[in-house]
Design a binder for this molecule. Structure first.
Ligand code: C2E
Ligand code: CA
Ligand code: CA
Ligand code: CA
Length: 279
């Protein structure tokens, strides 16, 4: 699957219902966006559920389109992925996030784990490992403070290849987590061969945790599975105290969501880090 579709855009009907012409225009403006650096990174805090302390942040990209922006990632990542531009965007996000993390440390703030989302095209890119090594060297960020969030579906496209790349990343000292866990197709037997530290429960299972639902059973099962495999487990999309109470009672380790903090500009995160823990 590695080389298929390189440098070519396949146009298909997507959620935006854009026709091929609109897509060509959008690809062109994505290229301009890369050249003119119209992107920005916001950071969403992750909390230890027991202490309430922030231990990390997730970097999330935003596109400040000069006339149509800000554009959320759901509206351009799929196309950027399809056309390969995601490799350039992802490299820029990674550098920006690592540099930001070091800037916080230089400002005297406690070291944080910086989590960056990685999409399939980036993961397949031959230069991924050297890019990351160069970024760590260039920014001075220690590898153990950089986490890559990888989706299950990414891994399952090419199981052996993905596990091999994950092992190399692990060797470099990076942390790896499985994003959107429960929405993909990884078999439980393959899960044990992934060199990961964390499972992230997808927000679709978190949404209804406040009420008695099947999602409660799913969340509990994921937490138990993670702990059996000696992994940490984080829930994303936590918006209510009822969800938080359920997750805490079920032994979830970490939480992230609007209840605690939205994806924010660096100065907002800095202020949060200077404030005492909220638990
Ligand atoms: P994701 O990695 O699953 O990120 C979680 C999404 O949920 C983010 O949306 C975040 O803003 C949102 N969110 C956080 N807390 C809550 C909450 O309490 N309630 C609700 N309803 N939503 C919450 P966002 O920033 O729009 O990003 C959407 C997706 O775009 C991400 O999903 C990720 O797959 C992708 N993405 C974002 N930034 C990047 C990037 O730099 N590179 C790559 N490859 N993908 C990215
Ligand atoms: Ca993520
Ligand atoms: Ca997710
Ligand atoms: Ca997602």
């Amino acid at each position: 699957a590695k080389a298929s579709g390189k440098n070519q855009c396949r146009f298909y009907a997507d959620s935006m219902n854009a026709n091929a012409e609109n897509k060509l225009a959008m690809v062109a403006s994505l290229r301009t966006a890369v050249e003119e650096q119209q992107f920005r990174v916001v950071y969403q805090p992750k909390f230890d559920i027991r202490t309430g302390a922030i231990f990390g942040v997730e970097a999330l990209v935003r596109w400040d389109h000069p006339t149509g922006g800000p554009i959320p990632p759901a509206d351009f990542i799929p196309l950027a992925e399809e056309c390969g531009i995601i490799v350039d965007i992802g490299r820029w996000v990674m550098r920006t996030a690592c540099a930001q993390s070091m800037a916080w440390q230089h400002a005297g703030l406690p070291p944080l784990v910086m989590s960056v989302n990685v999409s399939p095209r980036q993961f397949d890119d031959a230069d991924l490992l050297t890019d990351i090594a160069a970024t760590l060297l260039g920014t001075g960020l220690p590898a153990h403070l950089l986490e890559l969030e990888i989706t299950e579906s990414l891994i399952m496209r090419d199981l052996d290849g993905a596990v091999a790349t994950m092992r190399e990343l692990q060797h470099m000292g990076l942390l790896l987590s499985i994003d959107d866990f429960g929405t993909g197709y990884s078999s439980l037997s393959s899960l044990k061969s992934f060199p990961i530290t964390t499972l992230k429960i997808d927000q679709s299972f978190v949404r209804d945790l406040g009420a008695k639902t099947e999602d409660q059973a799913i969340a509990r099962a994921i937490i138990a599975l993670a702990h059996e495999l000696k992994l940490r487990v984080i829930a994303e999309g936590v918006e209510t105290h009822a969800q938080l109470d359920f997750l805490r009672a079920s032994g979830c380790d970490e939480v992230q969501g609007y209840l605690f903090g939205r994806p924010s500009a660096p100065d907002v995160i800095e202020a949060l880090l200077q404030a005492p823990a909220v638990a």
